[in-house]
Design a protein around this ligand. Structure first.
Ligand code: PGA
Length: 255
């Protein structure tokens, strides 16, 4: 079984390059101490990717977004080829903060996913519902998955990581609460069933699925074991070096 994957999504934090350097260095130290048995990725804001890349040697770094075109007249955008060129290995796409607040449509997410995979970036595709009415995983989760993967060839799925991140579980939301491991496990089954329908059983079994939404060191273990998640996307707790190091340690020991 592959190692667990722990991804820090720094969002639009911190405010200073020097703080980004210190935080990344401390995460690297924590990884060296506890985390050899886990894959760790930091996704800082674009302007701090360079400084993070100088602070880390063993852990990887990536971006929180990318564009679909390779180069040209797209003011303000950053291409997958440019991310590869600076050594980024991962990219987060389809995050709910971009879908809901910045107008990113399913079609845009699909174009970005295809471009990122075509350029060999490990692509963390976020899907998740805004509200949960009963225990069932809502259909929107499947719809986001199907539309994001339109036209994606099976061979490219080895670089895809699906992040199930219910919007109501994200720590910055009002009344946010983490999902339960049991419900996260149902999301894993739900996602694998859809991938089986779109591709085949083997592809579905090999797909990496991680959980996001208020992950902390005291709840991660349940998501990895009972929830059968293969890692986590960590927002707020990723900005606290001690807490994040604790998360790395738990993921490393759980495997
Ligand atoms: P959170 O954020 O861990 O602070 O809930 C996760 C995310 O939005 O990626």
């Amino acid at each position: 079984m592959s190692k667990y994957l722990i991804v820090a999504n720094w969002k639009m934090n911190p405010l200073r390059q020097s703080d980004a350097y210190v935080l990344a260095s401390r995460v690297e130290d924590g990884y060296l101490k506890f985390g050899k048995n886990v894959d760790v990725v930091i996704c800082p804001p674009f302007p701090y990717i360079a400084v993070v890349s100088t602070a880390v040697k063993k852990i990887k770094y990536g971006a929180q977004n990318t564009f679909w075109a390779e180069k040209g007249a797209y003011t303000g955008e950053v291409s997958p080829a440019q991310l590869r060129d600076i050594g980024a290995t991962h990219v987060i796409l389809g995050h709910s903060e971009r879908r809901i607040h910045l107008g990113e449509t399913d079609e845009m997410v699909n174009k970005k996913v295809r471009a990122a995979l075509d350029h060999g970036l490990s692509t963390i595709l976020c899907i998740g519902e805004s509200e949960r009415e009963d225990g069932e995983i809502p259909a929107i989760v499947g719809e986001e998955l199907v539309s994001a993967l339109a036209g994606v060839k099976k061979q490219l799925l080895k670089n895809l990581i699906v992040c199930y991140e219910p919007v109501w579980a994200i720590s910055t939301g009002k009344n946010a609460r983490p999902d339960t491991p049991d419900s996260a496990f149902r999301a894993v089954l739900f996602i694998r069933k859809i991938i089986t329908g779109l591709y085949d059983r083997k592809t579905a079994d090999l797909l990496r699925i991680i959980y996001g939404g208020s992950v902390r060191k005291d709840n991660l273990y349940g998501f990895l074991t009972e929830g059968k998640m293969q890692g986590a996307l960590v927002g707020g707790a990723g900005l606290d070096a001690d807490e994040f190091t604790g998360i790395i340690e738990i993921a490393s020991r759980a495997r």
